[in-house]
Ligand binder design. Sequence first.
Ligand SMILES: Nc1ncnc2c1ncn2[C@@H]1O[C@H](COP(=O)(O)OP(=O)(O)OP(=O)(O)O)[C@@H](O)[C@H]1O
Ligand SMILES: [Mg+2]
Length: 594
Amino acid sequence: MWWNEYDSFEDESSHAPSPGSIFKKVYPFIRPYRTIFIGSFFLSLTAVFLVLLQPRILMFLVDMAIPSGVYKQVRFGAFLYLGTMVLSAIVGFFSSWLLQLAGVRAISDIKTKLFNHLLTLGLPYLEKFPVGKLVSRIESDSQRLISLTSTMMQRVLMAGGMLAGAMVMLLLVDYRLFLIVAAILPVVIVGTYFLFKYLRPYFREERARYATISGIVAEFLKSVSILQIFNRKNWAMKRLEDENNSYRFFAAKIAYVEYGIFRGLAFMEVLVTIAVLLLGSGWIKAGTMTIGTLILFSQYIAQIYWPIIMLSEQLGEIQRAGGAADRIFSTLAMEPVLKETDTPQPFPENIETIEFRNVSYGYIPEKPVLKNISFKVRSGESVAIVGPTGGGKTTILGLLCRFRDPDSGQILINGTDIRSFELHTLRKNFGLVLQDLYLFPATVKENLMAFREDVPDEQMENAIRISSIDTVLFNRGLSLKDKLSEGGKDLSYGQRQLLAVARALTVNPSVLMLDEATSSVDPGTEQKIQHAINTLIKGRTSFIVAHRLSTIRHSNMIMFIRDGEILEQGTHDALMISQGFYHDLIMRQREGSE
Ligand SMILES: Nc1ncnc2c1ncn2[C@@H]1O[C@H](COP(=O)(O)OP(=O)(O)OP(=O)(O)O)[C@@H](O)[C@H]1O
Ligand SMILES: [Mg+2]
């Protein structure tokens, strides 16, 4: 079922790259801020060093200052202890602050780069992924990547520094204690490593179940009206409840296990301390060790112990960062399907002809949707593309806008392949009104202008008048400054159609492409839309996927397309006389409207 396919947490991919290789790829993004990163790491190590001094100061207090009875010495030791504490807190704060500062910048660099890259990759790529996944790639993956690599580096550094520093201190103070720790450490390290390795699949499962629940919620929210009308509300609630229950039991189980493990590890730490205290008491009795040394040891053991556990835990995070890195860098490595030419031809001042020459295309290569399409349109002509659903009409417009390139054949403007022009200039000359209308969650004006600043206001006002959206929208309390909701869902479908046509009029492109929506509107609005469309196509080169007979009639040429082939081509009158597919289509439409 689809709700099991919501796997936005495919983190720990089986081929997760090694930390080294992740770092190599992330480094270019860190590089500009490397001095800040290095500064932060340096401060972290300083903080570690200050903390490491503390047991040594305590030892001095217990073994020297207090027994000596000199109050000044005790005070000195106490202040020193306090000083290291305060200083390490301050240094630690600045270290984290710097790390955040650099991290946030590096993240936004990655996001920008990814976003730009996704846009250049173009439609054929974007269509393959659910929007949610792409958003998560830009947002959480890059976040995760940088924060993990930077905080991870800091933690590894701190834990390593702590471990090495404490060992050196122990060695300097008493080699016997050093040997004990050196004997126990490997056991703890290997033990925790395997524990977390054992637990990781469970953590992963927990996240996957969590993602499933979010997926269900998102899907159900989108389809509330469908669920209501088919009386499936209880069914939906039941589904969610089932998933929730299974998640809850699982999460609780993990929480118990986790708690148990951490208690167990803490218990082991106490055992080691007790064992050393017992051994140490013998050494103290024999006079080969001071009480201060024993206190120093028990403090160090705590300081060594937790970094190790933290590191083992971090290993899972490294793997997760590996998953994120994998996805980000494989996306960045992807070549755009549409290649921009290196030596662009200047775009012609006037578009004289547009020609399809033996164009074939399939979304899936082995399933061609357009088969050997050829036609030629002259400047100022309007072409109506008609035919049954799924025939390939929208696909033709998509190819002309160069959202995709044909598998074979050529599309030519004034005899030059459109691939030799800059994509940007090519598209600038085209206006497109899509079948599935899209309006931005922005103001009416911004929608009309399509966010372009080079459109004069008069042009927009003209468009507003011709499309009569002033009577349909503005007389109903909507103004140019009002913000539309997502996709323009606060407008009726007819209103959206009108606005979309007005947008094309405003932008005033040299070539117009219009994918007429089939949904019918009331006769009054219909007339307005029709009027606007007729104004739009008058004297303008246009391609219109048409369903309205009145639009079709007004065009200079009609192409009847079925299953990716042009079956008929000609004017309305000529095609009616030949009594072929087009004739049948029109007759059926007339019957339907009677
Ligand atoms: N993004 C896509 N990925 C894969 N196949 C697609 C895609 N878009 C369209 N198709 C397939 O290509 C064929 C032609 O689709 P197209 O949208 O061009 O039809 P159409 O003539 O515009 O139909 P309609 O009148 O319903 O809008 C259809 O069989 C459709 O299944
Ligand atoms: Mg279509």
